[in-house]
Structures are given as C-alpha cells and as structure tokens.
Design a protein around this ligand. Sequence first.
Ligand SMILES: C[S@@+](CC[C@H](N)C(=O)[O-])C[C@H]1O[C@@H](n2cnc3c(N)ncnc32)[C@H](O)[C@@H]1O
Length: 268
Amino acid sequence: MKTNKAETPRLFEVEEAAPKAGEISEDEKPSLETTTLWDYPRQSYGKTPKGDNKFQGVTPAFVIWNLVQRYTEPGDLVVDPMAGSGTTVDVCKEEGRDVKGYDLNPRHPEVIQNDARHIPLPDESADLVFIDSPYGDNVDYSDHPDCIGKISCEDELFYDELEKVVKEAYRILKPGKVMGWLIGDQWVKKTFTPVGFKLYERFVKYFETVDLVCVARRGQSSHTGVWHYRAKKFNFYLRGFKYLFIMRKPTPSASKKAATKVKWAKYK
Ligand SMILES: C[S@@+](CC[C@H](N)C(=O)[O-])C[C@H]1O[C@@H](n2cnc3c(N)ncnc32)[C@H](O)[C@@H]1O
C-alpha cells in the first residue's frame, strides 16, 4: 500500500531546531539543555574566558551555566567549595548571581583558600552549590596535604572525606535548593571503580534526586590514537562521560508530608 507522504507523521522534525550548546558564536549564550546527555566541544563560551582552560581539572562552563539558569534567579548566592580556576565564579558574575568560590589551592584571584570540609558560611544561606570534585588520585592538583585528590578512589576514605563536603553543602543550602556535583568513574590497572555510584550512595543519605545527567568527556589526555588502540588491543574502555548528579535539599514540609503518609498508612 502506498502511503500519502503528507499524512505521514514526521516524528523527528521540529519547527525550529535550537542550536546545540557547543555550536554558538562568540557573543551568544549557550542553549538550555533539554535532555540528560550534555556534550560540549569546547570548555567555554562567550568573549571572556570562564575559568582556565589550561588547568587539567577545569569544568566545562556550559555545565555551570545550565545549572545557574535552571535553579537560580539573579541575585541568588551560588557556592563552589572546590572552585579551582574559578569557572563558577566567572559564569555567575556574568549572569548577575552572587558567588563564593573556595579551594585549597586557588587558581583565580576571587577564589578564597579554604578546605571544603568546613565552609565559612552560615546554615541555609546558599541557593545553589556546584562541585566538580577530584574523582580519585589521578590528577595532581597541588602539594597541599589536605587535598582529597591525593586519596585513591579505591579506598573508602575517599568517600568518607567527600561525604564531609556533602554534609557541608547540605548545611549551607536553603531547603528546596539544589546541589550539582560532577564526577567520573575510574578504570586503572584492569580495575573499574564506580566512583559516581559510590558517591551517590552518600548523597542520598541527605538529598533527594532531581536527575542524573551524562556529560561527554572531551579534551581528555587519553583521547589519542595510542589510547584508542590500547583500548581495543587490551579489551577495555576509555571513560567517555562524567555524571552530573542534580540533588535537592528536602524542604521540611516535604519530609513532614512523607512522615504523615507513613502514620496514616499504619491505621488503614
Ligand atoms: C576538578 S577540580 C575543580 C575545577 C574547577 N571547577 C574549575 O573549573 O577550575 C577539583 C578541585 O578540588 C580541589 N580540592 C581538593 N581537595 C580539596 C579540599 N579538601 N578543599 C577544597 N578544595 C579541594 C583541588 O585543589 C581542585 O582545584
């Protein structure tokens, strides 16, 4: 039977295809992401740099921009306790948000030296916390003895120390506000460590899950022909993405509601 072309539903066509977040000109802003797969060919956007793209651990500025747009209003306070080269600071200032960036080893004039396990801010004062933490001891961030990036992710201590940061993020966030945490897994010497899932187990002790995004890893030192060859020859995979966990601090009314529900269920 012949199908009438005009009547065939065109499932994959949209009226106006939005530009992809990474395909923007210098003075445009990134697009708001609508799926849980984010992929950026560049670290930053716009005319001014965001963070330092020569720093090995730098965060894609698009990730922070998207969280800031979704979960904050102009004038809100955004906190990054492991701010490194200050990508969060630069993004937030351009977007008219208040911002506090801390790091053990600051690489930006506005990032203040501080250990993320003790954030010098009052309880319930932040509207968004963003963290791109070390995900093991694979990157040499600094000589500072308290750097969590000196602990192997194969050691439970790594998660215990990061949980102290999770608790601080929880303490400083206003109820109902969001924490975004970017982290990758590890495959080293034939051993896979699910760093993201292991840390997620710590998050859910305090936070509700809003969503989980996969952020494609580009510009990795392992994205070379030699590494792709080794991955095939020795039958392993190179890490292709990081997790962006989007977690919400529950509101007291939400927990109260849940508690009431349980009580009533008892008497049904
Ligand atoms: C992945 S980098 C952050 C990158 C940053 N978002 C940027 O765009 O430049 C992780 C950072 O965690 C910092 N760090 C490690 N242990 C820390 C601790 N105990 N307190 C504060 N910062 C810490 C490191 O110094 C490093 O700068």
